[in-house]
Design a protein around this ligand. Structure first.
Ligand SMILES: [Zn+2]
Length: 156
């Protein structure tokens, strides 16, 4: 699944849980659950993969920035805790996919082989699932995160 969708789902987790440490842990777990569901992928070449991955990585980073800014502006009594929870949810959800960029940029693997093998084995990827799966998921996660942050912000 696109890392942008992991970021968005992590924001949903963080806004729903509203506790930073559980948000991080559930965020990490959510990554593997979402990767095991049907999603876009199965690239024709490494070059194709990298083209998608770079655009996706930058989009995910931008989305993380926009959501962090939005949650810091939420008029919640517990805004700091809500913001920490949402940010850590997003970080946890994106973290498993950081192995590839770390390997390309720093020539280092972040996770043990057993984790990377598991991560690779659970993927349910196919081409032509961008609109039907990734865009639908992105819309659902974005609307849910916005509603939860707004609702949580309005409470108390
Ligand atoms: Zn992944």
């Amino acid at each position: 699944m696109l890392v942008t969708n992991h970021v968005l789902s992590g924001a949903v987790v963080g806004a729903a849980v509203r506790r930073p440490v559980p948000a991080f842990a559930i965020g990490v777990a959510s990554h593997f659950v979402l990767d095991s569901l049907p999603h876009w992928g199965d690239w024709e070449s490494e070059r194709h993969f990298l083209r998608v991955a770079v655009a996706d990585g930058l989009t995910g980073l931008a989305v993380m920035g926009v959501i962090t800014r939005a949650v810091w502006r939420a008029p919640a009594a517990d805004r700091n805790k809500l913001a920490a929870s949402v940010v850590l949810g997003m970080v946890g959800a994106a973290l498993p996919d950081m192995d590839k960029p770390a390997h390309i940029i720093f020539k280092r693997k972040l996770w043990p082989d057993v984790v990377n093998r598991f991560h690779g084995r659970i993927q349910d990827e196919a081409p032509n699932r961008f609109v039907s799966h990734e865009l639908v998921a992105a819309t659902g996660f974005a609307l849910s995160a916005a509603a939860l942050i707004k609702r949580r912000g309005a409470r108390r």
